[in-house]
Design a protein. Structure first.
Length: 91
């Protein structure tokens, strides 16, 4: 008969959270060094955007369809991360 198939996101591991923190810290340092006149708030916001982009990528990287990984997951994650960064830096 008719079966319902679901897209599911796999949970993020502790290592993914650690990478997000490290990426945010590195983004903060690079932003501070690249723009010495930048305020702490703007550098922190850039670091936050870097971490959010990592989470967006990793969330969609774990996208499964009926328990099997899909090829569209990483592509969607990269597209969303690029969209977030483009929106932040262009606006």
């Amino acid at each position: 008969m008719f079966t319902l198939t679901l897209l599911r996101f796999t949970p993020l591991s502790k290592e993914s959270h650690l990478v997000a923190v490290v990426l945010g810290f590195l983004t903060y340092i690079v932003d501070t060094l690249a723009m010495p006149s930048a305020t702490v708030t703007s550098s922190f916001t850039t670091a936050l955007i870097g971490a959010i982009c990592w989470y967006a990528y990793k969330a969609f990287d774990g996208l499964t369809y009926d328990g099997a990984e899909t090829a569209y997951g990483p592509m969607a994650g990269i597209a969303i991360a690029v969209g977030i960064c483009a929106t932040y830096f262009l606006l």
